[in-house]
Design a protein around this ligand. Sequence first.
Ligand code: SF4
Length: 153
Amino acid sequence: MGILTFNSFQPQVCFQEVPDEVALAFTITGCPLRCQGCHSQDSWDPQIGIELNRLTFEGYLQRYQGLVSCILFFGGEWNPQALIEKLLIAKTMGLKTCLYTGKDKVPLKIVQQLDFLKTGAWLPTRGGLEKPTTNQRFMDLKTGNLLNYKFRE
Ligand code: SF4
């Protein structure tokens, strides 16, 4: 199994990235997509990240237990086994799971471990989830509902 690396900041508690959830977000480094106008170019180089191994990840989940309802990964789908390992740990601890990817599709074996999935590259001319023109999609995978409207409220 390969490793996931995440930016050297602490994971962040987010209130808006996953509608109606309090999410603990990990920004995984090594994103290969290089979207024009990307706001997270510091996440492109995997060498700048530190390893998010099982013990480290479990430690963060225990520290935030009761404070968050969902674990959010910004990227990491390029290392599916390591990502799936973390998603399974989160689910075992009773947390929902979400992935933000710049791709339009991710492998089914990842999707099966997710509650929420945001797909689509960042295109400056189309805008993000809050824009009606966006190419990006935020799905509730359990209901099959598109939740983009929740980002415009
Ligand atoms: S997918 Fe996200 S992090 Fe990766 S290059 Fe595109 S905007 Fe940046």
